[in-house]
Design a protein around this ligand. Structure first.
Ligand SMILES: NC(=O)c1ccc[n+]([C@@H]2O[C@H](COP(=O)([O-])OP(=O)(O)OC[C@H]3O[C@@H](n4cnc5c(N)ncnc54)[C@H](OP(=O)(O)O)[C@@H]3O)[C@@H](O)[C@H]2O)c1
Length: 203
């Protein structure tokens, strides 16, 4: 399959890239500062340009896979309206736009796979903007699935990555982390399987 992978150089994106490449897929990588195509998906106009560039490069896409997302972490009492808007734009609207604008560029039975995270149901202090944005993405996935068939859409919702424990482990006391190789297999399942409207939780 021809697959557009956003966030391909990040921790998660690198693992997803390896897993999908090992399955024989052709990957077009996207990031703001690295990748085959350089676009900020938090800007809807750049998403338009991204899909035009992807069409020119591949002739058509079979899957769009997101492993990107930026949100601010602060105590609720220090959050500003702009922080919540930044979280919405950086994690939710960016991925919603990848779907909304991607539908005409995707094969009839193609798929979208988005990234959310455990904070939807299992919040941590300073994580309110991330919880909000991830929850929005999951609600969108369930809603979009009933409209876009036979195209499919799923999300992957991991707990903290084993590889992120040195950075963020103190925020997740007693939580068993998940290896990135296992998270990447959930992307393979979403891309190659038949499910739609699913949130693949890894905890
Ligand atoms: N770390 C964890 O334990 C964990 C657990 C659950 C869920 N998650 C979620 O997994 C996702 C990836 O996390 P990560 O730890 O792999 O992050 P990361 O290492 O910082 O990688 C993020 C990647 O996304 C790209 N990116 C970010 N914003 C972008 C934008 N607006 N447009 C285009 N590309 C963008 C970055 O490249 P450029 O900087 O070049 O744009 C980079 O390649 C995030 O949504 C995060 O919330 C992480």
């Amino acid at each position: 399959m021809n697959i557009l992978l956003i966030g391909a150089t990040g921790k998660l994106g690198s693992a997803v890239h390896s897993a999908l490449t090992a399955r024989g897929h052709k990957i077009l990588t996207v990031g703001r500062t690295a990748g085959d195509l350089r676009h900020d998906v938090a800007d809807p106009e750049q998403v338009t340009a991204l899909y035009e560039a992807a069409r020119a490069a591949t002739g058509g896409l079979d899957a769009v896979v997101s492993a990107a997302g930026d949100v601010p972490y602060k105590p609720v009492t220090q959050m500003t309206p702009d922080d919540y808007l930044a979280a919405f734009r950086g994690k939710a609207l960016s991925q919603i736009e990848l779907v909304r604008q991607g539908i005409p560029h995707l094969a009839e039975r193609g798929s979208f796979t988005l990234i959310t995270g455990v904070l939807v149901n299992d919040p941590i202090p300073t994580g309110s903007a991330a919880s909000m944005a991830n929850g929005a993405v999951e609600s969108f996935v369930r809603a979009a699935a009933i409209e876009i068939a036979p195209q499919r859409i799923n999300a992957v919702s991991p707990t903290i990555f084993t590889e992120s424990v040195p950075e963020y482990g103190d925020f997740f006391p007693g939580v068993r982390p998940v290896d990135l190789t296992d998270v990447a297999q959930a992307y393979v399942r979403s891309v190659e399987g038949s499910h739609t409207g699913r949130i693949f939780e890894l905890s």
